[in-house]
Design a binder for this molecule. Structure first.
Ligand SMILES: Nc1ncnc2c1ncn2[C@@H]1O[C@H](COP(=O)(O)OP(=O)(O)OP(=O)(O)O)[C@@H](O)[C@H]1O
Length: 250
């Protein structure tokens, strides 16, 4: 479980996060949603240590991450898998080398062990045998799946996904969402997905934290979201005419 407590973060006097708290349980898919500029990515970066919050704390199963030294953070970092926006694969490396990268960085496994792990991860994301392809030879959806394979290569306790559906067609987006949900349940990871994709919200949002202008405006599940009367949340979730019309069916 990851808990954030009263996180504040400003950039040059611009207060972006204004006291965010929330609990992200293991084995379920937790979403951070909100409009553009609401602070989702900033919160995620504060959680993984890419930004230092001005105040507040981030607890990884009770371990307070924010005051940790660089060396202590590395130990927690080894337990974190991260799927970056746009996949962030190394273009000059094969699929195999991309997935092996964290294993080379953080473990002293033999090459045979690393290849076995790469093959397991590739199989798990339905890309068995694609080891020697380069990112340029992959579709957007395949790149995401390689990104996921790399994110789970270290068998993480915590899995962060920043906009996993960006740039994907709706059908491929659902495949990626379902894969994230399956892996979360199978490996009991504490999974946090930053998204503004409404299909994801309705499909996999076990717990949803809605940010608006740097504040937590609402939290709940995808079953509850359709029945809230918070205007800011309704404006966000049911922004399109299609979603407005479909609201009563949820
Ligand atoms: N490194 C930074 N320096 C200065 N301002 C920043 C920095 N990072 C984010 N901001 C500002 O913080 C605000 C929130 O940005 P953030 O990227 O967290 O929003 P978001 O909800 O993830 O938006 P989007 O959905 O568009 O990615 C924006 O006003 C942005 O300009």
């Amino acid at each position: 479980m990851i808990e954030v407590k009263d996180i504040y973060k400003s950039f040059s006097g611009n207060e972006v996060l204004k006291g965010i708290s929330g609990k992200f349980e293991e084995g379920v898919t937790n979403l951070i949603i909100g409009g553009s500029g609401s602070g989702k990515t900033t919160l995620l970066k504060c959680m993984v240590g890419l930004h230092q919050p001005d105040s507040g704390s981030v607890l990884y199963d009770g371990r307070d991450f924010t005051p940790m030294t660089y060396e202590q953070r590395i130990e927690v970092r080894k337990e974190i898998g991260m799927l970056f926006q746009g996949s962030a694969l190394f273009d000059s490396m094969t699929v195999e080398d991309n997935i092996m990268f964290p294993l080379n960085m953080f473990t002293d496994q033999t090459r045979k062990e690393k290849i076995e792990r790469v093959n397991f991860c590739l199989e798990r994301v339905n890309l068995a045998g694609k080891n020697n392809l380069f990112p340029a030879e992959l579709s957007g959806g395949m790149k995401k799946r390689v990104g996921i394979a790399r994110a789970i290569s270290m068998n993480p306790k915590y899995l962060f996904c920043d906009e996993p559906n960006s740039g994907l067609d709706p059908k491929t987006s659902i495949v990626i969402d379902e894969l994230i949900q399956e892996l979360t349940e199978e490996f009991k990871t504490t999974t946090i997905v930053v998204t503004h994709d409404m299909n994801s919200v309705m499909g996999i949002g076990d717990y949803i934290l809605f940010l608006h202008e740097g504040k937590k405006f609402w939290e709940g599940s995808n079953k509850e979201i359709a029945h809230t009367d918070i205007k800011e949340l309704n404006d966000f979730v049911f922004a399109s005419r299609f979603m407005k019309a479909a609201k009563d069916k949820f």
